[in-house]
Write a new protein. Structure first.
Length: 319
């Protein structure tokens, strides 16, 4: 019996689905999702389901768009992570999963990462690659290129008493009352170096992926499911021992920063959603300011950086 057959046999001895909340959605999953903090119970109807596929999902016969390891037609997005799983993401809210690995947690990591991001893009939900922290009841988003320190900043603020709203995926709802950030319901994902330098001794759980020196860390997640956006802070690194500083961005540059922070940005172009993200930038800028936080790549500066942010929020009467 091959590995896939064994995995299908396992189908989690009991297939009792569990429910979680992430990015404004109630998720029902046959897979354990160790990266999500909040498992919810009750009678809420699931808006997204992760299920074991009864057969290996096939490549779309007449794909509308294709890319490396993915293709989609009018109703389905076919996504392959080699040696992990094949995912068939349906517009009706069902994600069928054909595992190709015995590492269940790798499958789960992609479900709450890339797959969830694809689902949100398919639903025309503005999805930013950002962490977010609750400041005075509103959301401050931290964005930047991969490795800029978004999760580390959220973890550092959490250790100073602030609540984390998002770690990686920030779903933004555009309402008549403004732009609202929905919690991604996640644990933080931190590299071992960050865990060590932040002196985190409790709440460190399992690796995010096999062989990766990155771990899920309990985040003290905010009990709020969503919050109005107060600020967007772009994290950038500067060379040398320069002291951290916060710079307000002019409107044109601020709008470009927001538009550039889409989660899996290639999908914005492929799905023709440039206008949606322009609208999101305009909506966010009506109520929020955008700043650039410049700092050296130096963990010894983290407390100085947090103090600078606190002073900034105090001076603007946000704390």
């Amino acid at each position: 019996m091959d590995g896939v057959s064994r995995l299908q046999r396992v189908r989690d001895a009991d297939l009792k689905a569990k429910r979680y909340r992430s990015a404004g959605l109630v998720i029902e999953s046959e897979f354990e999702l160790p990266g999500l903090v909040e498992e919810i119970t009750g009678l809420e109807h699931p808006q997204l389901s992760f299920v074991h596929a009864s057969r290996k999902p096939s490549y779309p016969r007449t794909p509308k768009m294709t890319g490396l390891n993915w293709a989609c037609d009018e109703t389905t997005f076919h996504f392959v992570v080699p040696d992990v799983a094949v995912f068939e993401i349906s517009a009706d809210g069902t994600v069928s999963v054909w595992p190709q690995s015995e590492a269940h947690d790798d499958v789960a990591a992609y479900l709450i990462g890339s797959v969830l991001g694809i689902v949100l893009h398919m639903r025309k939900v503005v999805t930013l690659h950002a962490s977010a922290v609750d400041i005075g009841g509103r959301a401050v988003l931290f964005c930047g290129e991969s490795g800029a320190g978004k999760s580390t900043m959220a973890a550092a603020l959490q250790r100073h008493g602030f609540k984390v709203l998002c770690d990686d995926i920030c779903a933004v709802e555009l309402t008549t009352d403004g732009a609202i950030a929905h919690s991604d319901g996640r644990k933080l994902k931190l590299w071992q170096q960050s865990i060590k330098m932040l002196e985190i001794t409790n709440g460190v759980t399992q690796p995010v992926l096999r062989g990766l020196d990155k771990y899920y860390v309990e985040s003290g997640l905010n009990t709020k499911a969503s919050a109005s956006i107060l600020e967007v802070v772009e994290l950038t690194r500067v060379p040398g021992p320069a002291m951290p500083r916060i710079v307000a961005l002019p409107s044109s540059e601020a709008a470009a920063v927001v538009r550039s922070q889409a989660y899996r940005p290639f999908l914005v172009q492929e799905l023709g959603d440039e206008a949606l993200y322009f609208e999101a930038a305009v909506s966010i800028l009506r109520q929020a300011k955008v700043y650039r936080l410049e700092r050296a790549y130096d963990f010894d500066q983290i407390n100085t950086t947090i103090a600078l942010l606190q002073e900034h929020w105090l001076s603007s009467n946000q704390l």
